[in-house]
Write a protein that binds this ligand. Structure first.
Ligand code: DC
Length: 232
């Protein structure tokens, strides 16, 4: 008999490894992985391409009018063993990670109608369960009934150091203090915005990975999954 499938909601601060953990979990459990940040990024890319963002301002009403024309799906990339984001049939996985998109995604993600449209699509993706979804509001708004909710965090200093090392490895010249400031500013924005702010669901398990390796955090979560599925 096949094990029952559950929904795993992973929320938490930026740059604390939510997508790394979620992808590992999905691979081990043979679940689908949904990166909801990618969906807000795809909407932002659409808005930029249509000229709905000018002079650093998002034309909210114009974007809302376009929402029915924005279709986002995911396609598994066998070669790279990861999901690619598809916007209206086009693979936009690389473009949505650009600095230009990163610069505007926060204001786009605060628009209520945008969030409602994305949440509806995310809920539809979870109908058959067997998914790991990461974001900021998955355990609180998208799937308040998820069987397993993880709230990930790590100290701002640890997160800034990880980003700093990543950028350094890519050959970028950056100052650690600037990155730390950026991490703290994003925490503040994510947690204080009016629409679906980042907060821990009451029944979420906190995973502080400041001093855990990737392997340690994965086995910590897999233990919880096994307990839930009574496989231990
Ligand atoms: O996880 P990320 O950096 O790719 O997310 C991009 C942006 O989208 C970030 O500003 C937070 C926002 N976001 C959100 O508001 N709700 C989600 N469920 C996922 C991401």
């Amino acid at each position: 008999m096949q094990a029952p499938k559950i929904i795993i909601a992973v929320d938490g601060h930026s740059s604390c490894g939510k997508s790394t953990l979620s992808k590992q979990l999905a691979r081990v459990l043979h679940y689908n992985y949904i990166d909801t940040g990618a969906m807000y990024r795809a909407v932002t890319l659409y808005a930029l391409r249509k000229g709905l963002i000018a002079n650093n301002q998002v034309d909210e009403q114009a974007l809302i009018n376009e929402l029915l024309n924005i279709h986002i799906t995911f396609s598994f990339n066998e070669k790279e063993q990861k999901s690619d984001t598809i916007l209206n049939g086009e693979n936009v996985e690389n473009e949505i990670r650009s600095l230009r998109v990163s610069g505007f995604v926060s204001p786009v993600a605060t628009i209520k109608a945008v969030r409602e449209a994305m949440v509806e699509q995310q809920q539809a993706m979870g109908i058959e369960k067997g998914i790991v979804m990461d974001g900021r509001d998955i355990g609180t708004v998208v799937f308040p009934q998820a069987e397993l909710k993880i709230f990930m965090t790590a100290s701002p200093e640890v997160r800034a150091k990880r980003r700093y090392d990543e950028l350094l490895a890519k050959g970028e010249t950056v100052a650690y203090q600037d990155i730390l400031q950026n991490v703290e500013a994003r925490d503040h924005l994510d947690s204080t915005r009016e629409e679906s702010p980042l907060r821990k669901a009451e029944d979420a398990l906190v995973l502080d990975n400041s001093y855990l390796s990737r392997e340690e955090q994965l086995s910590w979560v897999l233990d919880k999954v096994k307990t839930l599925l009574h496989e231990d």
